[in-house]
Design a protein around this ligand. Sequence first.
Ligand code: HEC
Length: 102
Amino acid sequence: MNRLLVMLYLSLLACSSAQASLDLANKNACTACHAVAKKMVGPAYQDVAKKYAGQKDADGMLAKSIKAGGSGKWGPVPMPAQAGLSDADALTLAKWILGGAK
Ligand code: HEC
């Protein structure tokens, strides 16, 4: 019984932090150019997760790449730098994306 409660609690926690990441993506207008499962202006987050799956330090690398923006990795359209984004938020978003943006 206790174990069930703990599991319920943990799954609620996981849910709310995923929701927080989605809110963060919405707040920073990431979702204007990105969708989870579909290419828009930028690549689908699930494609990003696939591309870097199993790569060491992918979260740190991606956090930098989110802040700095970039071009040429996914296509001809550049991503503008996200100057207003804190390092902590960039890392949260990078980890969320690498986890499949769920
Ligand atoms: C104006 C449109 C636009 C906005 C806003 C935008 N992106 Fe992007 N994003 C792009 C494009 C275009 C690319 C592909 C760039 C390339 O080909 O290198 C990209 C690439 C990426 C990548 C892959 C980077 C890599 O190194 O492979 C990630 C992760 C990403 N964006 C996350 C975000 C997050 C998180 C935000 C919000 C803070 C955001 N983007 C806001 C257009 C956008």
